[in-house]
Design a protein around this ligand. Sequence first.
Ligand SMILES: CC(C)(COP(=O)(O)OP(=O)(O)OC[C@H]1O[C@@H](n2cnc3c(N)ncnc32)[C@H](O)[C@@H]1O)[C@@H](O)C(=O)NCCC(=O)NCCS
Ligand SMILES: Nc1ncnc2c1ncn2[C@@H]1O[C@H](COP(=O)(O)OP(=O)(O)OP(=O)(O)O)[C@@H](O)[C@H]1O
Length: 195
Amino acid sequence: MRRPVVIGLTGSIGMGKSTVAAMFRRLGVPVYDADAAVRALQGPGGAALGRIEAAFPGVTGVAGLDRAKLGAAVFGAPEKLRVLEGILYPLIAETQARFRRRWRHKRLVVLDVPLLFEKGGWRTVDMTVVASAPARVQRGRVLARPGMTRDKFAGILAQQMGDAEKRARADLVVETGRGRLLTWRTVRALVRELG
Ligand SMILES: CC(C)(COP(=O)(O)OP(=O)(O)OC[C@H]1O[C@@H](n2cnc3c(N)ncnc32)[C@H](O)[C@@H]1O)[C@@H](O)C(=O)NCCC(=O)NCCS
Ligand SMILES: Nc1ncnc2c1ncn2[C@@H]1O[C@H](COP(=O)(O)OP(=O)(O)OP(=O)(O)O)[C@@H](O)[C@H]1O
């Protein structure tokens, strides 16, 4: 039996990655959501909680992880972020392997991974797809989110590979700044070709 074509989907904050992922799902393509996997590991009863508490005392409780507290501890402290990644990434790799086994009979699957290029996940996929829009569209979307500030946005951008580099590395760029219909048609054409 042929194994599925594996697409790695990524994009910077506010570029429409989640919306593109939802379009793949609507077309019947299984989508692995790396952010959701991280949240499940860190939520109430999550498999990573014990190890996170041991490394960062005081950041977990009955409700799971206090993300803001841990974020304050690790963002801006690269060596601490590496410790957190060392705890989470082997567990994430397991959940991803389970996803791949579960859908091995499919022709096409998508891995939605925010840090696909930054963390090397691109090496394990057949094709990379980057959701992208002009910077002013991205900015407008992100600053409209509740709780978002210019400083926070700048801080997040500074931590991510830039959009230009992601676009240059992508096998396919899906434009999300020129209406949903265009985005939908692009995703549908890709699924028809590969699915
Ligand atoms: C530290 C945590 C708890 C903070 O959670 P919080 O909800 O406050 O922030 P959020 O997850 O939305 O991240 C904010 C921004 O930082 C970026 N970011 C998150 N983790 C990392 C990382 N390891 N390296 C670089 N950027 C990161 C995200 O892409 C996002 O743009 C959380 O980010 C975390 O557990 N990170 C480690 C796991 C990871 O690498 N996740 C990335 C995607 S799989
Ligand atoms: N053609 C389009 N494709 C995708 N998103 C679009 C499009 N047109 C408008 N949008 C809007 O842009 C926003 C993009 O948000 P979305 O959550 O998909 O981004 P994201 O890249 O997943 O962001 P984050 O990484 O911050 O979660 C949404 O509010 C969505 O409704």
